[in-house]
Write a protein that binds this ligand. Structure first.
Ligand SMILES: [Cu+2]
Length: 124
């Protein structure tokens, strides 16, 4: 009747083999150093111009347009043949926020003051 002790020893060996700590504790991914925190970029609509007229932002950033003039403008952000955003009537003092979710080079126009009231937004 040696069967049971042998099985017991075999089971112990198997068990001890399996429990050798082979798995390391997973390390949580480090948080991104320079932010996915969205940045807000200020653009003024002033004296029939966008100021600044050319801006470079990161994907996910928000552009905050403020109409400083005493009359309405509009905001049309587009690429060739592709409208990204339109605010057709931006009243005096109005603030319009646009989050740039797509990468690319966009043209910024105020249609009612075209040509001349234009700009460029580069989204990286
Ligand atoms: Cu305008």
């Amino acid at each position: 009747m040696n069967g049971i002790p042998l099985l017991f020893i075999a089971a112990l060996l198997l068990f001890s083999g399996c429990t050798s700590p082979n798995e390391s504790t997973p390390i949580p991914p480090a948080p991104n150093g320079n932010g996915n925190g969205a940045t807000i970029i200020e653009v003024q609509l002033k004296n029939i111009a966008f100021n600044p007229g050319t801006l470079t932002v990161n994907q996910g950033d928000t552009i905050r347009f403020t109409n400083m003039d005493g009359f309405a403008h509009d905001i049309f952000i587009h690429t060739e043949g592709n409208e990204f955003f339109t605010d057709s009537q931006t009243e005096p003092g109005e603030i319009v926020e646009v989050t740039m979710t797509q990468k690319g080079t966009f043209t910024l126009d105020c249609v009612r003051h075209a040509p001349g009231m234009t700009g460029t937004i580069i989204v990286n």
